[in-house]
Design a binder for this molecule. Structure first.
Ligand code: SAM
Length: 291
């Protein structure tokens, strides 16, 4: 049973979650001290509490499956919010489902949905980025994809890195793109700030970031996204014809008169699509940096 717990406000722990945590034969959590405090505050006496985190998840799987197969119940929680959402548990769920065990959930708080719905930005189509890679080409590629996305994007971010991430987003998306920075949701110092990336950068320089942050970024303007869509389609065809991603990006840049940055972003998008195989992916020269 996957049980969501509050992202700050204890009042958000659902009655059904309280019952499941009290009744489970085993409550698996990331940090027993942290979750022990939550259980105590909610007046729950768990039968057994054990740790299941990024480093021991694989080792815990057999034990959990054995308990499930003998008719026991297991509740999986994370430090906050919904387990598996930028938190451990995916390998356990996969193994449990494969073993034929019933996997169910008591849904509830999650910072990604909370931030998205208060952002004032589009909610029909959106993408969850989790935490962006910290550095290097992987980070540049993810930022480039966000810049041309025709969907709202949601990223988790630490207070230490939020200013740098906003600055890089402003660089790749331009300063006028709308953004929402949601901080400390459901907590005493909850703050939902809305504006442009340019304003967000100026604000981040002037104020010290504190607490947990979610960045919600508006989709690329329709014209940009449509242009990007055409570029992606052209580059997908070039990849299907056997060109390496880098060459396909250069061809599109030259033949369609696209900006280098846009062709590069579109080539990443195309390579990630079905049919958008990147024949030159392993062992080829690194992707060209955005110039
Ligand atoms: N599983 C959690 C969920 O469902 O939201 C997310 C876990 S992830 C390790 C932690 C990140 O979620 C934080 O770094 C922050 O970006 C975001 N987050 C969690 N609680 C938050 C809150 N109350 N306000 C804003 N962001 C929050």
């Amino acid at each position: 049973m996957l049980v969501a717990t509050p992202i700050g406000n204890l009042g958000d722990l659902a009655p059904r979650a309280v019952a499941a945590l009290a009744e489970a034969d085993l409550v698996a959590c990331e940090d027993t001290r942290h979750s022990g405090r939550l259980l105590a505050a909610a007046g729950i006496k768990a039968k057994r509490l054990t740790s299941l985190h990024g480093h021991n998840e694989a080792a815990r799987i057999d034990e959990v499956l054995e308990l499930l197969s003998s008719g026991g119940t297991v509740a999986l929680i994370s430090d906050a919010g919904t387990p598996l959402v930028s938190d451990p548990g995916a390998r356990l769920v996969e193994a449990a489902a494969r073993s034929g065990a019933v996997v169910s959930t008591i849904p509830g708080p999650s910072a990604v949905l909370a931030a998205l719905v208060v952002s004032g930005l589009g909610t029909s189509h959106w993408r969850f980025e989790g935490f962006l890679p910290r550095k290097g080409s992987e980070r540049r590629e993810r930022l480039a994809r966000l810049a041309c996305s025709d969907e709202t994007s949601v990223c988790y971010e630490s207070p230490r890195r939020v200013a740098a991430t906003l600055a890089e987003l402003a660089e790749v998306c331009g300063p006028d793109r709308r953004v929402c920075v949601a901080r400390e949701l459901t907590k005493l110092h909850e703050e939902v700030w809305r504006g442009t990336l340019g304003e967000a950068v100026a604000r981040a320089v002037a104020t010290e970031a504190r607490g947990e942050h979610v960045i919600v970024l508006d989709a690329a303007p329709a014209a940009e996204a449509a242009g990007a869509g055409e570029l992606v389609a052209a580059i997908t065809r070039l990849l299907e014809a056997g060109l390496a991603r880098r060459d396909a990006a250069i061809a599109a840049e030259v033949l369609l008169g696209a900006a280098h940055r846009d062709a590069y972003s579109a080539s990443l998008e195309a390579a990630g699509r079905p049919g958008g195989r990147d024949p030159g992916a392993p062992g080829t020269a690194p992707a060209p940096p955005v110039r």
